[in-house]
Design a protein around this ligand. Structure first.
Ligand SMILES: O=C(O)C1=C[C@@H](OP(=O)(O)O)[C@@H](O)[C@H](O)C1
Ligand SMILES: C=C(OP(=O)(O)O)C(=O)O
Length: 426
């Protein structure tokens, strides 16, 4: 655990320009489909963080030829035409949900015995729905401890294909994992989503990346998908900056009344989390769309009532600035946040109350009331987004310290350096 980090409130509105590192979600998707492609791909703008390092290390263990140039944020990877070279491996995925879910499906497309495991929290994160789906497609996948959580054992002999139900209400990552592996199956895969589908923009992102690597999916309003056996094409692929990471900088502008530009992202980004700026606009900020950037200009904030199901990784960002708005903020329809790095609804409620805020907890979200905050050390629960979100609260309210700030390494190892660059320049 790293030492607590005190955050100094800003003395004037925070202004400047920042370019966050590459998107975690795009990096891990591009790596999976490039590994399944028919030859060498080159990815640029690759995120270098714990979640992508465990993916890269795993692909190397699986026998893929992967070259990572960290200084240039570039990865070259030689795909094996829909197969996995090593006939078995043990993979360690820390607490990276995308990595363990996407790689479980990739391993099922291989030949041999694989074991996938991760941190204590990872062993509490559900994966049973994905296991059941892969087994319907001819896989032999089990939860080793019978918990429907990792560790996972895959005895692989390729996927047969056929018809499969994929539940969507716990995590969209199960559907994304099945979609990306589906073109390697011997026969057509017909997917039917069971129940509601959470985090829909991430499924749109999966389909977009598959298309960019030359694979076509027929689908009908995110309920039914059909994938014929196909090969991914080797591709030169540029990864967008991370839109969830951008939310902290947009929130910093909002809460300090400053003006911050995030470069490399527009509303056309493949990441749904760019939509966080619409929430800020509803709270009273001005959003300025550039040709290759988005700028947020802060102002007096008003509380809002918002469904954040599609962009739940930014719900903590919003909750962390909500105490400064006029009127309460209600965040709805994010029950799936309870299955992430920590139970994020519960963590938000505890930490906002520690600061003296009035908060109501609901099964599906929370309500935050405005009011002055007191000094406190914020517990981060090994959740990068708790650390980054409450750092923004600390720009406005004195005496806030972030416990274990090193946990941002999961997706943004240099977060506090990038934030300091903005605060030092203002
Ligand atoms: O597919 C993805 O890249 C992700 C999907 C979301 O998870 P859920 O689908 O579990 O909500 C999101 O929270 C996560 O950070 C990344
Ligand atoms: C939920 C997250 O990650 P994952 O599910 O990939 O571990 C996140 O980055 O906020």
């Amino acid at each position: 655990m790293s030492d607590p980090l005190p955050i100094s409130p800003v003395t004037q509105p925070l202004s400047g320009t920042v370019r966050p590192p590459g998107s975690k979600s795009l990096t891990n998707r591009a790596l999976i489909v490039a590994a399944l492609a028919d030859g060498g791909s080159e990815l640029t703008g690759v995120l270098d963080s714990q979640d992508t390092q465990v993916m890269l290390e795993s692909l190397a263990r699986l026998g893929f030829n992967v070259q990572h140039d960290q200084s240039l944020a570039r990865v070259s990877i030689k795909g094996c035409g829909g197969t996995v070279p090593a006939g078995g491996a043990e993979l360690w995925l820390e607490n990276s949900g995308t990595s363990i879910r996407f790689l479980t499906a990739l391993c099922a497309a291989g030949q041999g015995e694989y074991r996938l495991d991760g941190s204590t929290r990872m062993r509490e994160r559900p994966i049973g729905d994905l296991i059941a789906a892969l087994n319907q497609l001819g896989g032999h996948v089990t939860s080793v401890a019978g918990t429907d959580c990792p560790p996972v054992r895959v005895v692989a002999n390729g996927l047969r294909g056929g018809t499969v139900d994929v539940p969507g209400s716990i995590s969209s990552q199960f559907l994304s994992a099945v979609l990306m592996a589906a073109p390697t199956a011997a026969n057509r895969v017909d997917i039917q989503v069971a129940g509601t589908l959470v985090s829909v923009p991430y499924v749109e992102m999966t389909l977009a990346v598959m298309r960019q690597f030359g694979v076509e999916v027929e689908y009908d309003s995110y309920r039914r998908f059909s994938i014929e056996p196909q090969r991914y094409a080797p591709t030169r692929y540029a990864i967008e900056p991370d839109a969830s990471a951008a939310s902290y900088f947009f929130a910093a502008a909002a809460v300090t009344g400053g003006e911050i530009t995030v470069e490399g992202l527009t509303r056309d980004a493949l990441q749904g989390d760019v939509g966080f700026v619409d929430a800020l606009a509803e709270m009273g900020c001005t959003v300025i769309d550039g040709s290759d950037s988005i700028t947020v200009r802060g102002g007096p904030l008003r509380g809002i009532d918002i469904d954040m199901n599609a962009i739940s990784d930014t719900a903590q960002t919003l909750a962390a600035i909500a105490p400064f708005a006029e009127g309460p903020t209600r965040i709805r329809n994010v029950a799936h946040m309870r299955h992430k790095e920590t139970d994020r609804i519960s963590a938000l409620v505890i930490e906002l109350r520690r600061l003296g805020a009035r908060v109501d907890e609901f099964d599906d979200g929370l309500m935050i009331y405005p009011g002055p905050l007191n000094p406190a050390t914020i517990e981060t629960y090994d959740d990068h987004r708790m650390a980054m979100s409450f750092a923004i609260t600390g720009l406005k309210s004195p005496g806030i310290q972030i416990a274990d700030p090193g946990c941002t390494a999961k997706t943004y190892p240099r977060f506090f350096e990038d934030l300091a660059q903005l605060t030092d320049a203002s």
